[in-house]
Design a protein around this ligand. Sequence first.
Ligand code: NAG
Ligand code: NAG
Ligand code: NAG
Length: 611
Amino acid sequence: MCGIFCLLALSPAQLERDKTVHEHLRRRGPDLSQDLTVRGPRYQCLFSAHVLHMRGLLTPQPVLDNAGNVLEWNGEIFGGLPVRPEENDTAVFSQRLSGCDSPSEILSVLSTIQGPWGFVYYQKAGDYLWFGRDFFGRRSLLWMFDAVSSALTLTSVAAHSPASDGAAWLEVPAVGVYRIDLKAATEAGFVTLEVYPWAHGGGDLFSSCSEAFLGSVPSGCTAVRNQSGLELPSPVCPLNTSIPEPFKETVYPHAHSCVNDLEQLLATKEMNDEVNRLIDVVSEAVRRRVQSLPLRVPDESPPLSDQASVAILFSGGIDSMILAALADRHIPAQEPVDLLNVAFKLQEPKKQKETANKVKKHKNKPSDAKTPGVDTQTSGPFDVPDRITGRAGLKELRELNRERRWNFVEIDVTQEELQKMRRERICHLVHPLDTVLDDSIGCAVWFAAGGKGMITDDGERRPFTSSAKVILTGIGADEQLAGYSRHRVRFTKSGHEGLIQELAMELGRISSRNLGRDDRVIGDHGREARFPYLDENVVSYLNSLPVWDKADLTLPRGVGEKLLLRLTAKQLGLGRSAVLPKRAMQFGSRIAKMEDKHEKASDKCARFLSG
Ligand SMILES: *[C@@H]1O[C@H](CO)[C@@H](O)[C@H](O)[C@H]1NC(C)=O
Ligand SMILES: *[C@@H]1O[C@H](CO)[C@@H](O)[C@H](O)[C@H]1NC(C)=O
Ligand SMILES: *[C@@H]1O[C@H](CO)[C@@H](O)[C@H](O)[C@H]1NC(C)=O
């Protein structure tokens, strides 16, 4: 992961960059920072790149090739283009681009890459500036146009300033790849963005001519679709939109939320094949994301036996449990794995009334009461639901592999720390997203990804900081396998058709909802977020399946949503965690409890407005 930045000025004026933004970029790429300025006939481009070294030899960026082309690459090639373990993908990608001449050649290189990316590329022949994000938008890229100085800025991360005057940061929509004709732009005095869209990208909601897209183009710039009709082929196959025949709706009418029933389902041959194929494809996605990681300097402070190269955002829920179980297959047995578990301090003891209500509710749902952690009596101020399920998950993982050292990192956050870090750092990283939900999740993920907390070793609790450069997160599982309660609502209201529409829409907007933000927040610690459930092959496999194989929302909560994933967990030897109902991070970590109870998740977050 890297921090990339490009300031394009259409005037000979002095290039001036925002110092705060520069500082934020350096935190993303702490291993090497470098600038490069290109002066064209009547434009100038300041490139500034900050590298987090991940593999091969450390490759300085921006990369300048013999022909004078400049590349800034914030990505990982996990497939598509061959990169040997000792090679750096930046160098490989730059060489490929150097051999390209026409737009179709550049698009063809980009579309063969499997893996997350954001990039900026200056093509000297013809004076073009290319940039964009991968199909899912797994890497952040922001833009802003300053009409006064006729300057366009592209950057991985920006800064939040409460008193911003007119020009504002926006996320570059992950609808395709963009090209600016620099000569034409200098002549015209304004920027025309030529869009080469992903075929079938983002559904209809966020296509390159939708209102949502046009609203994300910086004011002062125009976006046009090239008449040549060139597109980037989609890296994943389209979503299977089959609707089940009527009898299918009641295949498993008597299921209850318990482990035995999952075993029964698993015993049916058809599902078993799908489960095994899903294990294969997710396991491979995890393998590509945990291998060939850089060796750490041997005399770094924590003792070697503590040093993990991979950490997992870990709630003990099914998504993170599966990632842990599969990471276990591919990480050398003697190396520990860090499980990052975040908790926000509970403000006050639970009110009598609330507890009583819950107990009553659970009487009608015996299945839920058995689930560990869902309603267990809390003891310490940090024993939030995710902490309790996290501990239970840790136990299951230890049973799965007794050799492995699992560092369960308890990251405890007080109200004071939260307020301080939100003001100093997190508000800048979440920006330009600005809702209450962005605040909650942004803060929870930031503290979790910091990896700083306590671990318990032979009964002794001690401070610990994760040494992992790679953080696996389970994002994408709920969006593809119908894990959210809104999926149930939609299914109840409009059946399988409605559910399919909802799933297609959610995968289409995941870049603007989650991924850019999470990339900025996690990257701030000099660590790289990796999303195995959004691997191209995983998405293609899940897209190929009919919706009723992925979820059966006629079954109870804790079984029906993400049914296929639960069966997978069972097959991997996991126990109770396979039947935990979904709990969103803001509730599981209890961060939502700390704040104003009357605000809605979609409201603009007042805590950002005050700066
Ligand atoms: C990695 O990149 C650097 C700089 O671009 C280059 O000098 C080096 O040869 C590359 N290493 C490999 C193994 O490709
Ligand atoms: C579209 O692409 C072609 C070929 O690259 C180029 O000649 C033409 O100017 C482009 N059209 C627009 C509207 O930018
Ligand atoms: C969708 O799923 C159905 C049922 O399994 C299958 O028959 C069909 O071939 C699938 N369609 C695609 C495009 O994969």
